[in-house]
Design a protein around this ligand. Structure first.
Ligand code: TPP
Ligand code: MG
Length: 580
């Protein structure tokens, strides 16, 4: 903490000089002590100097163009590292911009801490109109896992410790930490400050499942005729890759990866049922959920998708006890952290675990082969303008050749089709819109993925999706990050063909035709490419991935190629009234 200390000039020469510290330095020291060495944020009052000092003290401070993107970066940094990603914002408007990302982190169970500067409590609470006045703590509370405010410099250490523990222990989530402007300047004795800091020991303690729960689960699984394992993003987060792979392979059970669970085992693994999704969901009799929730993404575990009226038995592995029975009955709840649970199951299986019935495996395998064969010729077309399949066929090969690259993906058709077509080979390499299907994660995720892992990033973006965070291409260029953005430019949301029959304004889902997003990248010194055929696209992406230079490729897609809402058009409410 040597750099954090300042000397107080004492009035009388008789008194010895007292070493002092202040709020600025204590926050920095507390972050560093806990290994939180990257901050994603946007500067301004009251945290501008804090950002400068943090940078000077060796913390990496990545400065964004909008707090939502910084927040999304922090959220995905949390997912990738199992440490809370830190986002730093100014008060009221900056805080609110970051709050969307905090709520997103909470919904997706990513550990993140949103630190916001705030205005003076005395003025805010009397509503006397302070600069950027807002009761931020009250607003953040219902949207995150925990929210804290620190009023005294001596409490900074404890405040950050509480935030870290809340973010990563149990089911991870979003935490808000409110730091009023006055706190930064508060001066205290340096030795007292040092003592007030807390290094959080074992922030996410293992949660061991009960042996009886493990045995119950194995008994159900052993008697299954048509078992299925579903791997969610919780399984990816756990970083228990070997245990998960061991469990899946020893069981011989077909597995279905959720979007961000892809790559835990390669999508090309013989047990992967990704290409036979509807068959396995409909026909399985026992389903093991590993870090996957029965939310809308799995049709709540019931209905036509699940082959009702036939009933299923669910085994669920999750760290959150309240997750059990949230949508349907769970016959074998296994509560604990994924690594401990899966290891316990693996151990309980012993040396001669029976393979699942051969006819089930054959059914799944042949459905999968049939679907893969059906898709193959579509992926090889060289149409211009491109359709989704032609363009994604190229990207699929590139990811196969570069399995350690990180794929960021958002859009509607661009998302749903890329998820199905691009095989993943390693865990935590596919980052996407998550539980909310939110647009706007793209550039924040891409930036944090590059910063946290040092690996090349390929961001595959719908033209609408990209627009939500597009200004951050400047950030990508500024930090010289190895990010290649491919924009699937079909002139609009879902399709570029809608017309407004009732007036001269454009239809609500269409954008300027023939836009050249690649020129945005040129503006900031990156490489911009306009690609009109799969061959051009392939060449440009490979060049970008080889060079590691910030690149944006405008991939021209047939405006008529997509469908409404991609694969989830069924969720649109329908009017019963006849159109006039
Ligand atoms: C924050 C947010 N706002 C709006 C939406 C609604 N929405 C879903 S997909 C989408 C854009 C789809 O268009 P595009 O990204 O161009 O993908 P395409 O289907 O055209 O390939 C929008 C606006 C959303 N999911 N999230
Ligand atoms: Mg589009």
């Amino acid at each position: 903490m040597a750099e954090a200390a300042v000397k107080e000039k004492t009035a009388t020469t008789a008194e010895p000089e007292r070493e002092l510290t202040d709020g600025f330095h204590l926050v920095i020291d507390a972050l560093k002590l806990n290994g939180l060495t990257t901050i994603y944020g946007v500067p301004g009052i009251p945290i501008t100097d804090f950002g400068r000092m943090a940078q000077a003290a060796g913390i990496r401070v990545i400065s964004f163009r909008h707090e939502q993107n910084a927040g999304n970066a922090a959220a995905i940094a949390g997912f990738l590292t199992k440490k809370p990603g830190v986002c730093l914002t100014v008060s009221a408007p900056g805080f609110l911009n970051g709050l969307t990302a905090l709520a997103h982190a909470q919904t997706n169970c990513f550990p993140m801490i949103l630190i916001s500067g705030s205005s003076e409590r005395e003025i805010v609470d009397l509503q006397q109109g302070d600069y950027e006045e807002m009761d931020q703590l009250a607003i953040a509370k219902p949207l995150c896992k925990a929210a804290f405010r620190v009023l005294h410099a001596a409490d900074i250490g404890i405040g950050l410790a509480r935030a870290i523990r809340a973010a990563v222990s149990g089911r991870p989530g979003g935490v808000y930490l409110d730091l009023p402007a006055k706190l930064f300047g508060q001066v205290i004795d340096a030795e007292a400050g040092r003592k007030s800091l807390v290094k959080v020991i074992d922030p996410a303690p293992a949660q061991i499942p009960a042996p009886a729960a493990v045995k119950r689960a194995l008994d159900v699984l052993k008697n299954a005729k048509r078992p299925l394992i579903i791997l969610g993003k919780g399984a990816a987060y756990a970083q228990a890759d070997d245990a998960i792979r061991g469990f899946v392979e020893k069981s011989g059970v077909p597995f279905l990866p959720m979007s961000m669970g892809k790559g835990l085992l390669p999508d090309t693994h013989p047990q992967c049922a990704g290409a036979a999704r509807s068959t396995v969901l409909k026909d399985a009799d026992v389903v093991v959920l590993v870090g996957a929730r029965l939310n809308w993404l799995l049709s709540h575990g019931k209905g036509k998708t699940w082959g009702e009226p036939h009933s299923k038995k669910f085994i669920q592995i999750d760290i959150e006890p309240k997750e059990m029975d949230s949508n349907v009955e769970i016959v074998a709840p296994v509560v604990g952290d994924i690594g401990s649970c899966v290891s316990a199951l693996l151990e309980g299986m012993g040396g001669n675990w029976p393979a699942p019935p051969a006819d089930w495996i054959k059914t799944v395998t042949s459905k999968r082969e049939e679907n893969v064969a059906k898709m193959a010729p579509r992926l090889m077309n060289n149409n211009s303008p491109m359709d989704y399949h032609g363009a994604l066929g190229v990207l699929r090969t590139i990811v196969k050749e570069r399995p350690d690259a990180i794929l960021v993906n958002e859009g509607a058709n661009t998302l749903d089709l890329a998820r199905g077509i691009i095989d993943m080979y390693q865990p935590r390499k596919r980052l996407d819109v998550g539980t909310w299907g939110v647009m706007g994660i793209g550039m924040g995720y891409a930036i944090a993925a590059a910063i946290e892992t040092g690996k090349p990033v390929l961001a595959v973006e719908g033209d609408s999706a990209f627009g939500f965070s597009g200004m951050e291409v400047e950030t990508i260029c500024r930090y010289k990050l190895p990010v290649c953005v491919v924009i699937f430019n079909n002139d609009g949301i879902y399709r570029g063909t809608d017309v407004n029959a009732a007036g001269s304004d454009p239809a609500t889902t269409v954008f300027v035709k023939g836009s050249r997003y690649d020129k945005m990248m040129d503006a900031f010194g990156g490489t911009g490419v306009n690609a009109t055929t799969p061959d051009e696209l392939k060449r440009a992406v490979n060049e970008a991935m080889d060079s590691g230079k910030p690149t944006l490729i405008n991939a021209v897609i047939d405006p008529a190629a997509g469908s409404e809402s991609g694969r989830i058009g069924n969720l649109n409410p329908q009017s019963v009234l006849r159109k006039k």
